[in-house]
Design a protein around this ligand. Structure first.
Ligand code: XMP
Ligand code: MG
Length: 182
């Protein structure tokens, strides 16, 4: 399926598995057993990471999902963040843990955090699988837990898409330009 389309496998399955296990431990250690915690997955990119991460968290968490979009099918941020699907449950007085696939410019996260803050949660923390720190001029949004810092390259796989495809690839790779050209 991807023959000649992969420039570099950036993070393989074993690396993902090991790191996510560690992150799950760190998150487990941060909260208390009787905290009311809602893990908020940012769709769609976060769904695979969320599924793997939540199984490494040894706390009675609930899971909720929010669909926002900042990219309109291409590979660069437009700065537009749109809420497509909101949370099902109230987060008032709960500990919110936002689960993101990637922090790029940080615009998406900034919008989501500001919006969720108005709903009076007890706390808001952020866990991201990938971070492109180079892309942020103002360091105002940072993750509390960060899986991997990556260079400023468009990456695909493990939840991340190109034009809604390849989210099902079990590792993270940098594509060859041929992939975009179809
Ligand atoms: P911002 O710039 O708001 O972007 O932090 C966050 C969202 O943009 C998407 N994104 C990517 N998607 N490969 C992708 O497939 C990438 O390299 C990439 N960089 C950003 C992603 O949906 C993320 O939530
Ligand atoms: Mg995308």
């Amino acid at each position: 399926m991807l023959e000649g389309m992969i420039k570099e496998v950036l993070i393989d399955e074993k690396q993902l598995k090991d790191r996510i296990k560690e992150m799950g431990k760190n998150i487990t250690n941060h909260y208390n057993e009787d905290d009311e915690i809602v893990m908020v997955c940012i769709l769609r990119g976060g769904f695979i990471f969320m599924a793997d991460l939540v199984r490494q968290v040894e706390l009675p968490v609930s899971c909720d999902f929010m669909d926002v979009t900042s990219y309109e099918g291409g590979t660069t941020s437009t700065g537009n963040v749109r809420i497509i699907k909101d949370l099902e449950e109230s987060i008032e007085d709960k500990h919110v843990l936002i689960v993101e696939d990637i922090i790029d410019t940080g615009l998406t996260l900034k919008h989501v955090i500001n919006m969720l803050k108005t709903r009076k949660p007890k706390s808001i923390k952020v866990c991201t699988l990938l971070d492109k720190p180079e892309r942020r001029t103002e360091k105002e949004v940072e993750a509390d837990w960060n899986g991997f810092e990556i260079p400023n390259e468009f990456v695909i796989g493990y939840g991340l898409d190109y034009d809604e495809k390849y989210r099902n690839i079990p590792y993270i790779f940098i594509p060859e330009p041929e992939l975009y050209e179809g």
